[in-house]
Ligand binder design. Structure first.
Ligand SMILES: [Zn+2]
Length: 92
């Protein structure tokens, strides 16, 4: 799932006609600090991506390790264990 924060310069549209959508996400901005629920823009899927409308997501140990200092770019939306409905697909 593509995510970008307001300070990210990723494009908001792709050639498949899907548009960016608004959502809320648990965002990690600083290592070791609590997640913050924020309004975010979810980019349209690129050619090799899909976008899933999540109905539930867990935060696992790996997510907490990343939030607490594993070298990942921040800000970041974690929570890779979820379920939902595919609502847009890239070209491939
Ligand atoms: Zn996990």
């Amino acid at each position: 799932m593509a995510y970008h924060s307001p300070e990210c310069s990723m494009p908001t549209h792709t050639t498949n006609g899907a548009a960016a959508v608004s959502a809320q996400a648990a965002v990690a901005r600083t290592p070791g600090q609590p997640f913050k629920i924020e309004d975010v823009t979810v980019a349209a899927p690129r050619h090799d991506e899909i976008r899933v409308r999540m109905v539930g997501a867990g935060i696992c140990h790996t997510d907490l390790v990343c939030r607490d200092g594993f070298p990942v770019p921040m800000p970041i939306v974690l929570g890779h264990e979820g379920a939902g409905t595919v609502e847009a697909v890239g070209r491939r």
